[in-house]
Design a protein around this ligand. Structure first.
Ligand SMILES: Cc1ncc(COP(=O)(O)O)c(C=O)c1O
Length: 379
């Protein structure tokens, strides 16, 4: 049977491929999935909703109480945010696809970060457009403003910014945030800001695009915030003028998001900051551990990432990241090759530290012994 050319033109995610190859007893630092338990109130809230018969379709944009609760939390970044500017979605991933389907026409080109999260480019293609990678550069992996400017063409309509970033863990600095806004203004571009890791910043502050909803759409998620990746719950935030179009898109995608899960997220929202304070302390300790262990390996280097839960070290051997990752998998450690995150990701590996300290330590033992052995053989 026929598969559409749009779908045929994109590859399966490299992250999933590695995950599928892992043996059940290997140390998995491949997937960005917090191992923490969700807030108790989230589970109770979801269960109670299902028991009370809230198992039917709901409002397309999500239940108003949750839209309001998200607006209240995110008004920390922009006090003007209202519930009507929030749409609950069936995951951050689907929010991003909905945005692509809503703003991209055939012939449009969008700029996506590289190294960057794997779905932005394919989403552009699924929507009938094209994409161009821009470089994340320097030790702090900031969007390279010169590179971006050189890649803006007459068909460029939007720029995707992921802050904090997967896979680099970088957090957008104030100067680059301003430069991006200036470019968007000058060239009349939309900004798609993927801010699903905003709750996980260990140093510095979050420079959100929420105050600029006149030309931005901001995507957020419950997956990482509440450690509920399996619930498939996210949200997006947009200005009044875009919201109707996005709701129309969501109607055609799913009619309405998961009702019991929305009530679960709602129940957890009032206490979420204390849950997140604890989660941040845990991830920060793990980050410090993995950074220390990586920097102890001769030939590997990482600057401490300021956000998300990924370590993206560089290494000095002349070996493709996919081959190095394969060597690690054979020795019982799953990670993701930098090349899975675009053409500027080569020469790096990504380790998720959303796993406990024992797993991280064991994983780093394997990394140290495999890399040191390879280095002896090859030098
Ligand atoms: C940068 C980024 N954006 C969006 C997502 C999507 O998350 P979800 O679909 O679970 O909300 C992920 C998941 O790993 C991610 O890393």
């Amino acid at each position: 049977m026929k598969v559409s050319q749009r779908l045929d033109s994109i590859a399966m995610s490299g992250i999933r491929k590695m995950f599928d190859m892992a043996s059940p007893d290997s140390i998995n630092l491949g997937l960005g999935e917090p191992d923490l338990s969700p807030p108790r109130k989230a589970i109770d809230g979801m269960t109670l909703a299902a028991e009370n018969g809230l198992n039917k379709y709901g409002p397309t944009a999500g239940i108003p109480e949750l839209r309001e609760a998200v607006a209240k939390k995110y008004s920390a970044y922009w006090s003007g945010l209202k519930g009507k500017n929030v749409m609950i979605t069936p995951s951050g991933s689907s929010a991003l696809l909905e945005v692509a389907m809503t703003i991209i026409d055939p012939g449009d080109n969008i700029l996506v970060p590289s190294p960057g999260f794997v779905i932005y480019g394919p989403h552009a293609k699924l929507a009938g457009g094209t994409f161009t990678e821009y470089r994340m550069s320097g030790p702090g992996f900031q969007p390279d403003i010169d590179d971006i400017q050189s890649k803006i063409g007459k068909n460029t309509t939007a720029i995707v910014i992921n802050n904090p970033s997967n896979p680099t863990g970088s957090v957008l600095d104030e100067e680059t945030h301003k430069a991006l806004l200036d470019i968007a203004q000058d060239k009349d571009l939309m900004i798609v800001a993927d801010e699903v890791y905003d709750s996980f910043i260990y140093e510095g502050k979050h420079n959100s695009f929420l105050p600029y909803l006149d030309r931005s759409i901001v995507v957020g998620g419950f997956s990482k915030m509440m450690a509920v990746t399996g619930w498939r719950m996210g949200f997006l935030m947009a200005g009044d003028d875009m919201m109707d179009a996005l709701i129309k898109m969501q109607y055609h995608l799913c009619a309405s998001p998961n009702m019991p899960a929305m009530y679960g997220a709602l129940a957890a929202m009032p206490d979420i900051e204390s849950y997140l304070n604890d989660a941040r302390a845990i991830f920060r300790r793990r980050r410090d551990l993995i950074v220390r262990r990586i920097n102890e390996i001769e030939g590997m280097h990482i600057e401490p990432p300021k956000g998300a839960f990924y370590a993206f070290p560089e290494y000095d051997l002349d070996i493709k990241s996919a081959d190095l990752a394969m060597e690690l998998i054979k020795n019982g450690l799953v990670c993701t090759p930098g090349s899975a995150f675009g053409s500027y990701g080569e020469g790096h590996l990504r380790f998720s530290y959303a796993a406990d300290e024992e797993k991280i330590s064991k994983g780093m033992d394997i990394l140290a012994s495999v890399y040191t052995k390879l280095r002896k053989e090859r030098r």
